[in-house]
Design a protein. Structure first.
Length: 154
């Protein structure tokens, strides 16, 4: 993969993250750049942010108002209802992708059924290794098995 392709992928991620910032509420360009840097720990170029905001506005996904900020007036950008709808759909798609990516790493607690991403408590019971969300569920599972065995014997 070339540096150009990597830069393109990163700029797509940057655009997605700009949308998440706007989804949280109205912001002017410098706020977007600052929040991006603080959260992503990466600089985002104004030459990416401002043209992207303009594209969103041209497509009716963002509007701006001029508001006083300190001694200056700044364009404060806000998602339109259509922009919010787009973000919601993008977030759902992104969540599905993340789910697919982490699914192989998920364990389901043998007792309560909750999903554990990492750090599952493991125990061998009846020669079979089982995953639990915690040692308390493992204990409850074993107690339930004992009760089931006693019921079956009587």
């Amino acid at each position: 993969m070339t540096n150009e392709n990597i830069d393109e992928l990163i700029s797509d991620f940057s655009r997605f993250y700009i949308l998440t910032i706007l989804y949280e509420g109205p912001a002017h360009g410098y706020q977007i750049i600052s929040r991006f840097k603080k959260r992503v720990k990466k600089e985002v170029s104004p030459s990416l942010v401002y043209p992207f905001l303009q594209q969103l506005e041209e497509k009716g996904l963002v509007t701006h108002t001029i508001k006083p900020v300190g001694e200056k007036e700044k364009k404060v950008f806000e998602l339109t209802p259509e922009g919010r709808e787009l973000c919601t759909e993008l977030f759902k798609r992104f969540a599905e992708l993340i789910s697919i990516a982490i699914e192989p790493s998920l364990y389901v607690c043998a007792h309560c059924g909750c999903k554990v991403y990492e750090g599952a408590y493991r125990e061998v019971i009846d020669g079979k290794e089982l995953a639990f969300c915690c040692m308390h569920c493992a204990r409850s599972y074993k107690e339930t098995k004992k009760l089931a065995k006693k019921s079956a014997e009587t």
